[in-house]
Design a protein around this ligand. Structure first.
Ligand code: SF4
Ligand code: SF4
Length: 355
């Protein structure tokens, strides 16, 4: 039987096709302006190698930023779950994942079955993402694929005060004008990004084995810096950029065959910045989807939606995740609408707010 996973990311679209657990086709394409067209172009490219058509695929799961815009997918699953499941196929011993995507970075813990047990994401700032590195490569007039190796040739890296996309670009231009070698600029940026990644990883448990997924895992200079910063050699998949699509294909097979097991436990929404940590954590096992938090929240932060196992659970609305510090004063300062704030009314004690 044939199953497909498609991962429509913000910068790249990926697809993996499997025949009874074996990968028979895959592709990585640029994400175009229209998600539906991108989805069709991506699956068609992946189907070329095995010489099949959409009719031959028994079940497709979509993931990634544009996962809801894949017309031929039967279901969609979050990319966090897909990265955990995908890497588990290569390395079941991995417990910590750093997913470095086009637009955000995520730190994920998973168990021996590839189920997420905790995660945290930083999607507030573009610094350190694929988009950021594209911008820097452009400023330095270097091919994106070459910046990793070039950084490794640095003898005297330049310290960067920030990896804010706007200020880092300005700093890079100033250094370039002063004749600083491109390799030293790149090495300095990689160092700054590795510090940020380390801080993100400290919010979950840094446990071996460790891996990096996403397109940036192909950047040797970045991987070198992160390895030294974390003190753990990452186990890298053959193509770390395909891990999300691979996980989606594995989910497709399990869902079709009714073999899906396990569930995520804690899901964390929010970010940290110079003013503090803003994370809402929802324990998806304890949450029964009663909706009391929705009624309580004066800022309408929550919604009830299906998780990847089809259970109705509370989630923080995607559009509000970057504004939590503005919308929520924290439980200590919030009386909610009726009986109290979200944490006070939650019967299953499924909610934690960290500021
Ligand atoms: S503490 Fe108040 S504002 Fe913040 S999420 Fe809970 S109910 Fe909403
Ligand atoms: S109040 Fe608690 S148990 Fe009810 S939906 Fe919200 S988080 Fe889940």
């Amino acid at each position: 039987m044939i199953f497909a996973g498609i991962d429509i990311g913000s910068r790249a679209a990926k697809a993996v096709i499997m025949n009874d657990g074996e990968i028979i086709g895959s592709t990585i394409q640029d994400t175009g302006p229209e998600s539906v067209k991108t989805a069709y172009a991506t699956i068609e490219a992946a189907m070329q190698e095995p010489g099949i058509t959409l009719n031959d695929i028994d079940y497709t799961v979509a993931t990634g930023y544009g996962r809801v815009l894949v017309p031929f997918a039967a279901e969609n699953v979050s990319e966090i779950s897909c990265h955990a499941r995908g890497i588990n196929r290569y390395y079941p011993s991995v417990r910590t994942i750093l997913d470095m995507g086009g637009q955000d970075c995520k730190a994920i813990n998973c168990n021996e079955e590839g189920h997420v047990t905790n995660f945290v994401m930083n999607d507030k700032c573009a610094g350190g993402t694929g988009r950021f590195l594209e911008m820097i490569a452009d400023v330095l007039n270097v091919q994106l694929e070459e910046i990793g190796e070039l950084a490794l040739t640095s003898f005297s890296e330049i310290p960067f005060n920030t990896i804010c996309a706007v200020f880092a670009k300005s700093e890079a231009i100033v250094h370039l004008r002063h004749g600083v070698p491109k390799s030293d600029i790149l090495a300095g940026l990689n160092e700054a990004i590795s510090v940020r990644c380390h801080n993100l990883l400290k919010k979950v448990t840094i446990e071996s084995d460790f891996t990096i997924t996403g397109g940036i895992a192909k950047n040797t200079g970045m991987v070198d810096k992160i390895t030294k910063k974390i003190g753990l050699e990452p186990l890298l998949a053959e193509d770390p950029q395909l891990i999300g699509a691979l996980g989606a294909a594995i989910y497709a097979r399990e869902k079709y065959l009714g073999k899906e097991t396990g569930s995520d436990t804690r899901v964390q929404y929010g970010y940290n910045d110079a003013t503090g940590d803003y994370y809402i954590t929802i324990n998806s096992v304890k949450c029964d989807g009663c909706g009391e938090c929705i009624t309580a929240c004066p800022s309408s932060i929550y919604e009830i939606a299906s998780d990847e196992n089809g259970r109705s659970v509370a989630m923080v609305k995607e559009t509000l995740r970057k504004k939590l510090s503005i919308l929520c004063p924290g439980v200590g300062n919030c009386n909610g609408r009726e009986k109290g704030n979200c944490q006070a009314v939650c019967p299953g004690q499924a909610l934690t707010i960290s500021w």
